[in-house]
Write a protein that binds this ligand. Sequence first.
Ligand code: PLP
Length: 508
Amino acid sequence: MQDLIQPGIQKISIPAEPTTDYFLKDIFYENTAADYQKAMLSAIQVTEKFLENTKKPFSGISPPSLGELFGKVDFDKPLKNYRQLEEEINRLYVDHATAFHLPKYIAHLNCPVVIPALWAEVLISAINSSQDTWDQSAGGTLMERKLIDWTAEQIGYNYSADGVFTAGGSQSNLMGLLLARDNYANTHLRHNIKINGNPKEASKFRIFVSDKSHFSNQKNASLMGLGEQALVRIPTDPRFRMQVSALNHAIEKEMEFGNIPIAIVATAATTDFGNVDPLYEIGNIAHKYNLWLHVDAAYGCGLLLSDRYRHLLNGIEFSDSVTIDYHKSFFQPISSSAIIVRNKCSLDIIRHHADYLNPQEQDYEEHPAQINKTITQSTRRFDALKLWCTLRLMGREKLGSYIDKVIETTEQAAQVIESDPEFELLCHSDFSVLVFRYVPENISPEKVCDLNQKIKKTLFNSGEVLLACTKVNGKFYLKFTILNPITSMNDIREILESIRNHANKRNV
Ligand SMILES: *Cc1c(COP(=O)(O)O)cnc(C)c1O
């Protein structure tokens, strides 16, 4: 054989092919199937014990106490086996993990997850398809596309619709706004933002959101180079939904100032109140002023599943794009989200080509590539498989009955809170959030916020109930987000009693 050594370069002896099992034992491949199975069983056991041993939503441990346990971890000294790993992971993580599946976890927008989706998770990470191109995913791409089509159909879009799975609602909202901005500049200013950056008119671009819209809109406006100043915050009605007349007025006023309205973001439903902006009326205004309408249904998308409550989203079909967070209200593990657009052509504007991945000349009808529709992800998990398995084994109707159940529990809880003289309910919810305060008799108004803050803190430290909090008009409120069909009225009554007891404890 020819000597390939170039002058001046020392000859390197090529090591013998490693043949020891030890060298490759941690790689997932045909020879390690038995090791894989053993490892997975160990992981399942840890998870089973988590279910068995976790009796309250949080252990109540403090960051310094948990942090202390981390000092001894040395990444240069690997553990010997899965038994040791189990012990360490339990101690540092599982024993203190927040348990979303328990009925007394009613804090944030975290749903319990369904088993078919967990089944899918095992395949997603092991087979590890990447959804950017056909040659890294094959069936994965077709499954994602079919789920996008199904979701579009639930929204009421027709065959022109398209979309893509994303990492979460914030990212889906970013895409909605970005499409609104770029399509505006393209059609009205003949300006290609993808190539040329924001046009000089960009400082005048205005996006209309309600003052209870999600804060990702602010972040996204900043990220897009428009700044938070581009957002016009529309006041809300007594149920904290966007006021349509105020929206109309604000658009007129911005135009008088010489600013350029480009989009409206309607929220269905709001993070704090679970109420849906009046989509139909907002759709009319978007149509009247020729504005892009993005519906942020990150949370409210679950209503699509329910025959009984689907009507709350009526009008969503008139939007240009919709954010769907399956991990908020489709009982899917994090992450699982999508942006759906009414007109697939609107996505063309964000397409970039890389010769090594999705060359310009490729026929994408023949070899579809979801990367043509993403803005911030190339390599991308096959999260869609979770939703696929969920729908195939459970069906829409069963998921919808979970949504019905949480809506009905929430309404009953609202009535209990409202009829209790020591509680003050701020407003009813279309979906499943209640904002309220504990206001015992004879308390002075300035002490109410302090008392509720202390209730929140002591409940969190005890870990027995996890609820959230928020501020409305500068006042502190407690908040229930009910997304667990297991949470019963009995749980709700016990939680309200816990609140009362903690409030009345000395030194609280
Ligand atoms: C949660 C939420 C988002 C953000 O979604 P992530 O998946 O957390 O990024 C956006 N909008 C609304 C209304 C939400 O409730």
